[in-house]
Design a protein around this ligand. Structure first.
Ligand code: ZN
Length: 114
């Protein structure tokens, strides 16, 4: 998997976008993007792709123990869900009359940003 190239072609997904995971153990699940790592082409999706980490005892957790944490998912493994038509879709771009660009749903053509 060519890490570092693939995502460049991907129109940017943003924080709070709703996405569906399309491969891996979380396939078919939907969540909201919490952070985007555009450098690595990865996103962290709320409550998805959880991994267990052992934490050492520290000031807050005296005992240490196991915590669950979201692991990054590669952008190519998620698809955005349109807020208008509720389909999983791809992001298109449209230039408005004033020259600004908006992201649009390729299925229904509606703007994806409110
Ligand atoms: Zn749509």
């Amino acid at each position: 998997m060519g890490v570092g190239k693939v995502y460049a072609k991907h129109p940017a997904v943003k924080k709070n976008d709703k996405v569906m995971v399309i491969s891996g153990k979380e396939k078919g699940k939907i969540g909201a993007i919490r952070t985007v790592d555009s450098e690595k082409g990865r996103v962290i999706v709320e409550k998805l792709n959880l991994v267990k980490r052992h934490s050492r005892p520290n000031a807050r957790v005296a005992q240490g123990g196991i915590i669950e944490k979201e692991a990054p998912i590669h952008i190519s493994n998620v698809m955005i869900i349109c807020g208008k038509c509720a389909e999983r879709t791809r992001i298109g771009k449209r230039v408005l009359e004033d020259g600004s660009k908006v992201r649009v749903c390729k299925k229904c053509g509606e703007p994806m940003d409110r």
